[in-house]
Each structure stands twice: as C-alpha cells, then as structure tokens.
Design a binder for this molecule. Sequence first.
Ligand SMILES: [Zn+2]
Length: 238
Amino acid sequence: MITLKELMLIKPEDFKKKVILIDEILSWFSLLDASWIHSGDPKDPHAELTSGWCSNGFFDCLRVLKYINLSDILADQLGKKIRKIIDYTKVDWVIGSPMAGITFAHDVARAIDAPINMCVEKDPADPKGKRMIWKRMAIPEGDWVLQIEELTTTAHTLNEVERAIREGNPNPVNFLPYVGILVHRPPKLPVDYYDQRIVVALIEKEIWAVPPEECPLCKQGSKRLRPKTNWKELTGKN
Ligand SMILES: [Zn+2]
C-alpha cells in the first residue's frame, strides 16, 4: 500500500504506458480522504448527509485533483479510454465545468491532443450556484466539443453545461455524443447513456442517497454519522 508521501512524489511519466487498476486509484482517493464507500456490512456506520438523507458513499475529487501529478495521471488514464472509444482527432474543444472540472478538463485536453480547453462558469446571479453561463468566447461553426466532468451523479450538470454553451454561443455548436467522466457515481449502475451521450468513465461506483425511512442500512441497524465530524469513525481510519 502506497503512503501519502510516496503518492505526492509519483511521476506522470511513470504511468504513461500503464493502465492503472481502479482499486489502486481508489486507494489514492482513500489516502487523501477524498472517498469513502460503505463496506455492505451493517455493523459499519453509514453517512448522514447535510440534507438529512442517508448515503453509502462519498467522493470529493478536488482533494485528489489539487495535486498536479495526480490530476495529470488520472486525466491521462481517462484519455486512454477516450482514445479507444472516440475519434479524438475530431475534438476541437474540451470543455469542463467548475470547480474541480476546470483544471481536470485541461489535463484531459492535453492527454488527447485536443487543441483547445475552456470551461463554462457559474452564473453569479444564481444563489444556488447550479446555473452555468458561456460568454467569454465563440466556438466557430463546424468545431466539435467534448464535455468532461470530474464527478457525475445525475445528468443535471451535463445538461446545464450543454444548455449554457448552446444558449451563450453566437452560432450552433456540435457536441460529440460522449461525456468523459473521472468519477461516475449514479444511484444505480449500469448507466451507459445520459440522453444521447455515451458515458466514458474512469471510475464507476453505485452511490445512493435516500430518506432515512427508506434506508436499507438504517433498517439493518447501521449507525448514521455526519461525515465531516466523524470521518475517522465512518471510514474506520486510525
Ligand atoms: Zn440510513
């Protein structure tokens, strides 16, 4: 098992020719407190979300992607998958969304030799921070866009990014019928498509969130814990 110190020192060039196993990537996430997934054993506690709902998992990609070497390595691994599935030579623009997706999309663009990277931005007029806008530049007619996300639970952000670009761009935009995702965590797998877009994901995990009265883990006697204040007990880390 790799240590935190070793993880900080790993070099992207050492992984260029390798396909890294998902369990290894998940161990990096775990080391950086960026993920936790319930074991399935009801003796282990599960998460109580801010909303009051229960969940069997948690991901915060920014805790991993803030490290330049790890972002580079993970973008390259996703890039390998994209290169196999998509005619990547067609991609003119790689577009991500705030926050963690901005720099990650940039690294993916480099990994697939795409010439341009940009991002949508959050509409400051939306107090919820869900609405996106596209206003700083124009995608020329005939150019192709590939959407990249660092974390996808539902199609909401994907659709919002596409809507913002279509509405904010002065001319029509061609989207490739794919979306590249670092962590795909829908409530029920498999999810191979969002509308017309094929999912190309590096990590896939089923993470559900339900009201406590519908929670299978509560029913089996598993304890509910707020992740932020009970991280060690929840994850079983010392
Ligand atoms: Zn529960």
